[in-house]
Design a protein around this ligand. Structure first.
Ligand SMILES: Nc1ncnc2c1ncn2[C@@H]1O[C@H](COP(=O)(O)OP(=O)(O)OP(=O)(O)O)[C@@H](O)[C@H]1O
Ligand SMILES: [Mg+2]
Length: 256
């Protein structure tokens, strides 16, 4: 029995329509200047992700997975190439427009959690709702419901430093999904969790994906990868493999 109850409210709300891929990368490159010259972290990455896909990015440590995800999440502006999200040319946007596109469409689980230190657990969960058009009187109810679903009600008034690593990770996942993003980007979302909690998170992702959320997760876990429907492998900054893996968890009757 998963520790999450999922509700109709989980379905993403997108108010405009578009056609074609949700995400399209063309020749994306990222390099750092180092004393001996340029150090490339991503090389000519071209990738299309259709609405409704559940993609897993795998590859060795240092391959560029987090770098790629943070470009998709628009947390990194220092790269070359083209990135279209819902047909919007992200590479041509001013920072403030990237930020508003991010806040409207994207939920992000950071590998290092990145909760806001000065806010309590409940306040951290409220942040994404405050960016959307969620009426203030509904926000508290949604936060309460999410705390309940993630079984962290008892932690709601604590600050991130008062939580264990795994608890911070759970709050990070809760924060990423609370505002029903159309695109969920998750960097090692279960790396610090017990295996049964990890399964619950993956089942939550499958449920969200069935309800229309497009997911891109980074993981070293073969087991987590099985929940998705496509595996993209990155090595030394290059996409070296891209395979479909069936219907992931969607045929198993999980969630709903
Ligand atoms: N400021 C920087 N200067 C130079 N190189 C950097 C800098 N930041 C990151 N890198 C390099 O970018 C590469 C890719 O890092 P990234 O975090 O994307 O790897 P990853 O695939 O997510 O690895 P992991 O599985 O360990 O999380 C690494 O080799 C790292 O050393
Ligand atoms: Mg990483």
């Amino acid at each position: 029995m998963a520790f999450f109850r999922t509700t109709k409210r989980d379905a993403p709300v997108e108010d405009d329509v578009f056609s074609g891929p949700l995400v399209s990368l063309r020749g994306v490159e990222k390099a750092f200047d180092i004393p001996s010259g340029k150090s490339y972290v991503l090389r000519r990455v071209s990738l299309d992700i259709a609405p409704g896909e559940f993609v897993t990015i795998m590859g060795p440590s240092g391959a560029g997975k987090s770098t790629l995800l943070s470009i998709l999440g628009m947390f990194d502006g220092a790269w070359q190439g083209e990135y279209y999200l819902r047909n919007v040319a992200v590479h041509a946007l001013a920072n403030k427009d990237r930020l508003s596109l991010n806040r409207k469409h994207i939920g992000f689980v950071f590998q290092q959690y990145h909760l806001l230190d000065d806010l309590t657990v409940a306040e951290n969960l409220d942040v994404p709702l405050s960016y959307r058009d969620v009426p203030r009187d509904q926000r508290a109810a949604i936060v309460a419901d999410t705390l309940d679903r993630f079984q962290i009600v008892g932690k709601k008034d604590l600050y991130p430093r008062q939580l264990s690593g795994g608890q911070q990770q759970l709050v990070g996942v809760a924060r990423a999904v609370i505002a029903k993003p159309g695109l969920l980007l998750a960097d090692e979302p279960t790396g610090n969790l017990h295996s049964s909690q990890a399964r619950d998170i993956m089942e939550l992702f499958v449920t969200l994906n069935r309800q229309g959320t497009t997911i891109v997760q980074v993981t070293h876990s073969e087991e987590n990868a099985q929940y998705g429907s496509r595996i993209v492998t990155v090595r030394d900054g290059w996409v070296v493999d891209d395979v479909r893996t069936g219907d992931g968890g969607r045929g198993t009757g999980v969630g709903g």
